[in-house]
Design a protein around this ligand. Structure first.
Ligand code: NAP
Length: 270
């Protein structure tokens, strides 16, 4: 049996176990997915130990996505984003660190037939999800602007991605940028467990936008309700969560992911 795992803290309410176990069942794979909370001071040992005992693959979540970087060989994408959420073992050298949140953003839009290349995109938020979303959109060819409450953090992010031509500003810039944009991503935690709050004023939303909210609890955030009222395409946070899991599953197993079964397992828990 292959054992996969998620390291993070807390992990007890993670939606990854039911999503991945639904995939193993649908593809008749003899595998299990477990959640683990390693000692924060021993992350390197945790990764090496998982490798040594034959763990087949690890997901990494908050607060360890940056901490694992020195203990893996990051892909170019993971290195650029500065975070790893998926580790593969079994090569000759160090475990490989991937960032499938980037694929999660791109494939969530693809699923909704939203093209990115050549479009104008605004990302709100410059934390972990903001970095992944900004990289995903800019690398896929969108002219990307990142807005953040703490403007210095957005400027740092834009400087890190200067080769991709990312621009940055504060939340005040949304009033000017969103009306001109084709794509909007909320990568802040605004709206999480707070169904009446949104990071973007409703009156700047419009019918030519595609809006992805990374927040998935609740699924229909105020931002997505406002966006639907404005006639925009809406993509909820479960699509991003689903497709980062799909990308991890495919990387670990080399098998096409049973997307519908994973989606059903995920949405059944939300
Ligand atoms: P993070 O690194 O802690 O970043 C939080 C971001 O939210 C920062 O940009 C922060 O701005 C901003 N923020 C927080 N409170 C705010 C407020 N009151 N007003 C304006 N901005 C505020 O968190 P994260 O890991 O990026 O996660 C952000 C959200 O994305 C969470 O809800 C998380 O669940 C979700 N997420 C979803 C997925 C998915 O697959 N769907 C994946 C990853 C994350 P400052 O820099 O100014 O503090």
């Amino acid at each position: 049996m292959d054992v996969y795992g998620l390291i993070g803290s807390p992990v007890e309410h993670s939606l990854s176990p039911p999503m991945h176990e639904a995939a193993y069942e649908a593809r008749s794979l003899d595998a299990r997915y477990v959640t683990l909370e390693p000692d924060p001071d021993r992350i390197g040992e945790a990764v090496a130990g998982a490798d040594a005992i034959g763990v087949a693959g690890l997901n990494v979540t908050v607060p360890f996505k940056q901490d694992v970087l020195p203990h893996v060989e990051p892909t170019a994408t993971a290195e650029a984003v500065g975070a790893v959420n998926t580790i593969t073992f079994g090569g000759d050298g160090a475990p490989e660190g991937h960032n499938t949140d980037v694929a999660g953003v791109v494939r969530a839009f693809e699923h909704h037939d939203v093209s990115i290349d050549g479009q104008s995109a605004v990302v709100v938020g410059a934390g972990g999800a903001g970095r992944a979303a900004t990289y995903a959109l800019a690398d896929a060819g969108a002219d990307t602007f990142v807005a953040n409450r703490t403007v210095e953090r957005a400027e740092e992010l834009a400087a890190d991605f200067s080769a991709l031509g990312v621009d940055a500003g504060g939340l005040g810039a949304l009033a000017e940028r969103v009306p001109e944009a084709d794509i909007l991503v909320n990568a802040t935690s605004v709206g999480m467990d707070a169904p009446d709050t949104s990071p973007v004023p409703a009156d700047v939303l419009h019918g030519d936008l595609a809006v992805l909210d990374a927040v998935y609890s609740p699924l229909r955030t105020k931002l997505l309700r406002d966006a639907a009222d404005a006639g925009a395409e809406t993509v909820d946070g479960a699509w991003m969560l689903l497709y980062q899991g799909v990308a991890a599953f495919e990387r670990w197993t080399g098998v096409d992911a049973p997307v519908a079964a994973m989606n059903e397992a995920l949405r059944g828990r939300l």
